[in-house]
Design a protein around this ligand. Structure first.
Ligand SMILES: Cc1cc2nc3c(=O)[nH]c(=O)nc-3n(C[C@H](O)[C@H](O)[C@H](O)COP(=O)(O)OP(=O)(O)OC[C@H]3O[C@@H](n4cnc5c(N)ncnc54)[C@H](O)[C@@H]3O)c2cc1C
Length: 512
């Protein structure tokens, strides 16, 4: 074995032991040695905290065993992210970025020499990596990015501006996306990914501005100027096109979101139940109020559905699979998991009352920290539209315009077809305005999530939790489809002030 394949110290531990040591370390760091509120409220992370956490080798779960890691088993990756997000969503996102947006892409498409060096430095040098796709003028429309590269001999010269790359200024490695430029400066349509070793002088990324991000204080964000030269071996080698490689990378990352959501929702449930039991209102425990029970039952439904997503991903996704074609499960899981995170934290804040609005309250931080998950890696509005478009395309091909009949046969909804009777008993229009596509996508993704929940039930998960989650999601689907089938035509009046001033209408003692 050469020096680059020396295993991580904890690589051979049985997973239950690895996980329980990791959980104990997090508890010690976030509760015993440092005050969790202070950690959540200050930017960055004290170096000793990260050093101690990294001593448990959490990132080794993403690394194949032949390179000294724990083997890249999806269930281990998901469980590590969940253990992290129970204590800190920002920590979980930090490790999610490292794994899904850096180590996994390098593992699938990196040159052997690059993989070896990267894995070694991550395991033994505690290095970190992130991904830069977004540019100030190109976020949702990332394929139009302007960062470009030219090639001379064995070197690629990459130039451009990127922003919002998580771990700005911290990461030792970056994956940077760019389009090829010809001698006239014309940009090609495909996208390439380059591994950048920011510790090398020619590959140094300049942080032009550090952002004051609203939440996730632990993670630095900002604007970066790219003018670097990287060896040819550091370009990722796609199986076909770079755009398909990007889809594979993003779909795999999206389908792994439930890891980050799981611990977060688990913690919200624990905090919600504890608070409602302890808090007395009107002489009785908050827990006994009917509306409070409704909120807690919904949190529990989210916990169950997220568990179903974790189980699905763990069972069906491996690093060997190309995920480019799996847009439906990936986009469903990303959108619904992140909507559940935001709705759960909003509900917890409501239950906490005024206490929740203190800057140092867990509920308030959770609300702000979970919000960008609905924006990054595909804005949820756009992903809902894409889910509808993919389903409508499949229905058109199958010459089946009836939604209920289609869903009764479809692999991601057939287990819950009985529950959709009456709800999906209509023909769809194959050409619909965008807002309708988004609403339909919301309903469909919740139906597919119900199917995942039913699968979890078949595997032996607690039946009362499964039934309760299915009922709550069924109610949501019914509400969304009622709105979808109604009129949705309103548009904004830009000159709305004209005739839109209530005070100008005149009131007693105040003429109009
Ligand atoms: C906390 C955080 C972390 C991030 N981490 C990373 C990272 O690690 N690496 C990285 O490269 N980027 C990262 N990003 C950037 C993120 O991916 C972009 O913010 C996102 O893609 C949206 O791009 P934008 O901000 O330019 O918004 P815009 O593209 O301007 O979109 C704003 C909104 O407009 C609407 N919209 C846009 N297009 C359409 C459309 N076609 N139809 C209907 N509505 C539309 C949507 O509501 C969308 O949310 C991060 C962002 C945040 C906030």
């Amino acid at each position: 074995m050469d020096s680059h394949s020396v295993p991580a110290p904890s690589a051979s531990l049985p997973y239950p032991e690895f996980l329980s040591r990791y959980r104990d370390k997090l508890k010690q760091m976030f509760h015993d040695r440092a005050d969790a509120n202070n950690l959540a409220l200050s930017r960055g992370l004290p170096p000793f905290v990260m050093r101690e956490i990294r001593s448990c080798d959490p990132l080794s779960v993403w690394i194949p065993s032949e390179y000294g890691g724990r083997g890249g088993k999806t269930a281990e990756c998901i469980a590590m992210l969940a253990a992290s997000s129970y204590e800190s969503l920002a920590l979980s996102l930090t490790f999610g970025i490292n794994g899904a947006l850096f180590l996994q892409p390098v593992g699938r498409y990196g040159d052997e020499s690059v993989k070896r060096a990267v894995y070694h430095r991550v395991i033994h040098g505690k290095a970190m990596g992130g991904l830069m796709i977004t540019e100030p003028d190109y976020g949702s429309d990332a394929l139009s990015m302007k960062t470009s590269y030219t090639t001379s001999g064995e070197t690629h010269h990459i130039q451009g501006t990127k922003h919002w790359g998580g771990l700005t200024g911290w990461a030792d490695f970056w994956l940077i996306t760019a389009r090829p430029a010809d001698s006239e400066g014309q940009l090609g349509r495909d996208i390439d990914f380059f591994v950048c070793d920011a510790t090398q002088p020619e590959q140094h990324v300049v942080v032009e501005e550090v952002y004051e991000n609203l939440g996730l204080y632990m993670i630095p964000y900002g604007k970066n100027l790219i003018d670097i030269r990287v060896p040819a071996a550091q370009r990722l080698k796609p199986e076909s096109t770079g755009i398909k490689m990007m889809l594979d990378i993003l779909h795999r990352s999206r389908i792994e979101f439930p890891g980050m959501a799981m611990g977060f929702l688990h913690r919200i449930m624990d905090e919600g139940i504890r608070h409602c039991r302890e808090r007395l209102v009107g002489g009785k425990s908050l827990f006994t109020y009917d509306q409070v029970q409704e909120r807690l039952a919904r949190l529990q439904a989210y916990f169950t559905t997220c568990s179903a997503m974790c189980a699905f991903t763990s069972e069906n996704v491996s690093l060997a699979d190309n995920m480019a074609k799996h847009s439906i499960p990936a986009n469903t899981i990303k959108t619904v998991a992140t909507d559940m995170m935001q709705e759960a934290s909003q509900s917890l804040l409501q239950l906490f009352g005024g206490k929740g609005y203190r800057l140092d309250s867990f509920a308030g931080r959770a609300t702000v920290d979970s919000r960008p998950f609905q924006i990054f890696e595909g804005s949820n509005d756009i992903l809902y539209q894409q889910i509808s478009e993919a389903i409508l395309k499949t229905m058109r091909r199958a010459k089946e315009p009836h939604l209920g009949r289609f869903l009764g046969e479809f692999e991601y909804s057939q287990r819950v077809a009985d529950r959709l009777k009456g709800l999906a008993d209509f023909q769809v229009d194959f050409s619909q305005p965008q807002r309708k596509l988004v609403e339909l996508g919301k309903a469909l993704s919740r139906i597919f999530s119900m199917d995942l929940t039913a699968r979890l039930g078949e595997r032996g998960f607690r039946p009362d939790l499964i039934e309760s989650a299915l009922k709550i999601f069924q109610t949501d689907v019914s509400r969304i489809l009622t709105g979808y089938r109604g009129s949705m035509e309103e548009s904004v009046e830009v000159d709305y002030r004209d005739g839109g001033d209530w005070l100008a209408l005149g009131y007693p003692g105040v003429p109009g």
